[in-house]
Design a protein around this ligand. Structure first.
Ligand code: GDP
Length: 137
């Protein structure tokens, strides 16, 4: 079964909407295969977002992702990557369709509530960065 990585970002954790976001996944056929609350180090966050290293927002993104704890989740289901992206909505919450997680819980393009892998291959890489195989059940 396809897997994807979701991260509930610091803004949403601080707002106390972890449960509401997880409900979106479970109500839409995505099973929680692994879940943990962690505080990323600068090194963790830089490695995770290495693909964006040369982008002008990289420094702010790393600052933001290390500013408070996050919740990392492995979701499993049919077309899990695409399904999660659909539930998340557009990167910029102002452009996110109503009823999506970002439309409902995000404040800005920086503090946009959730991360979701954008391909099956990236999901595999991202999951391995945050979880050991013994944690995925
Ligand atoms: P995602 O897959 O929808 O999360 O978007 P990307 O992988 O393209 O970007 C990763 C994260 O970097 C996004 O979730 C945003 O928080 C941030 N980001 C992306 N594009 C921009 C931008 O143009 N400006 C700023 N400030 N942040 C951005």
């Amino acid at each position: 079964m396809e897997k994807t990585l979701s991260i509930i970002k610091p803004d949403a954790v601080k707002k106390g909407v972890i449960g509401k976001i997880i409900d979106r996944f479970e109500s839409n056929g995505l099973r929680i295969a692994a879940l943990k609350k962690v505080w990323l180090s600068r090194q963790n966050a830089e490695a995770f977002y290495a693909i964006h290293k040369s982008r002008p927002f990289f420094k702010d993104l790393v600052e933001f992702m290390t500013s408070a704890p996050i919740v990392a989740i492995v979701l499993e289901g049919e077309n899990a990557v695409a399904k999660n992206r659909e539930l998340m909505g557009a990167t910029n919450p102002k452009e996110a369709k109503s009823g999506t997680i970002r439309a409902d819980f995000a404040d800005s393009i920086d503090a946009n509530a959730v991360h979701g892998s954008d391909s099956v291959e990236n999901a595999r890489i991202e999951i391995a960065q945050l979880f050991g195989s013994f944690e995925i059940l």
